[in-house]
Design a protein. Structure first.
Length: 85
């Protein structure tokens, strides 16, 4: 029996990162050391808050689609994730 877990490679702002296959995008951002996922209209940094799809603070661009919820989206191999830095 192997104890190794499958991993996916995702790209966060163009940087490759290996993450567990069961990881969601919000957790991937945290593993990448990012403190926020987007900025408010006034430029304030915003990050995942509720973790259950309600607050909308974790929105990122995924594979070219804006306003995807990082907390509700599981990674897939090769996923392109873009934050507002
Ligand atoms: S963390 Fe609140 S919607 Fe994603």
């Amino acid at each position: 029996m192997s104890l190794s877990q499958p991993e996916f490679q995702v790209f966060i702002n163009g940087r490759a990162l290996q993450v567990p296959a069961h990881c969601n995008v919000a957790a991937s951002l945290q593993r990448a050391g990012l403190s926020h996922s987007r900025r408010s209209e006034t430029g304030q940094p915003r990050a995942a808050f509720c973790g259950m799809g309600q607050c909308q603070e974790c929105r990122v661009r995924i594979d070219g689609h804006d306003h995807r919820l990082a907390c509700m989206t599981l990674v897939v191999d090769g996923m392109q994730i873009e934050t507002q830095t």
